[in-house]
Design a binder for this molecule. Sequence first.
Ligand SMILES: [Zn+2]
Length: 301
Amino acid sequence: MTVIAVDCGGTKVRVARGGVGGSLEGIVESATPGHLAALPEIISRLAGDPGGATAVGVGVAGLVDAGPGVLRWMPHRPGRDLPLGAELSRRLGVPAVVDNDANLTGLAEARLGAGAGMRMVLTVTVGTGIGGGLVVDGRIERGRGHLGEVGHMNVDPTGPACACGRRGCWEAMASGTALDRAARLVAASDPRGALASGDVDGVALVVAAAAGDAACGAAVEAVATAFGRGLASLVAILDPDVIVVGGGVGAIGEPILGPARRAMMEATSGGAHRAETPVVSARFGTDAGLVGAALAAGGDW
Ligand SMILES: [Zn+2]
């Protein structure tokens, strides 16, 4: 049985053919369109002829009503209340399921990935923003529909502007966007430093830090520390068996996770008296959203 898997983030839309067991083939991608209304067209163009696919599963970085498959809002793009499931089903001629991308990433990691075998798996997806997916006993926890919007925990009301329109959200201080901002600040403060030539973004910052540049290293550590403090809040509330970190920033691995673990332990109340919460990289890396979309399209959610 083959399904179409779609992962729509704040920067890219990726589409693949998936097996319901989690395998992926033929990944294609395009930039996320400037307005929500253009999403069905982009996704169906990338998907092409559905061939023998039996369903399409879609994860989107936004507020989704998973039952009717309606995309309510995406912090990174204008537009609202898009009936994405119905629209894709009409265009592709197969049933469509739509969910929050971090929920589907969490489903993939909890069922088949770094959280497999554990009861309560919190997956934190760190890319352009930060999403959260809580899976307990193999099922996505939804609250009243939108549980896990962890990126918009208010950390500092005087902090940097967030894509959601507020200030000082966790994702404004600890995501790929925060690494990009840190890179610009380092470059501006030292025009002849490690970021003097080439791209000035989070990737360049992490590369320069790994090569031993002190200013870049301190900037990466500051972002990772902000990330770890947010994890401490989540541990205080949820006490999960494991925290799986996915997305592009999660894929960086130890340069982020190492300082983040230390900051998490320092900021966890009673941290010295409780078992340390494991913080691990996602098994499926930046493909976890697609794997979860394939699982959802197979009816396995
Ligand atoms: Zn926000």
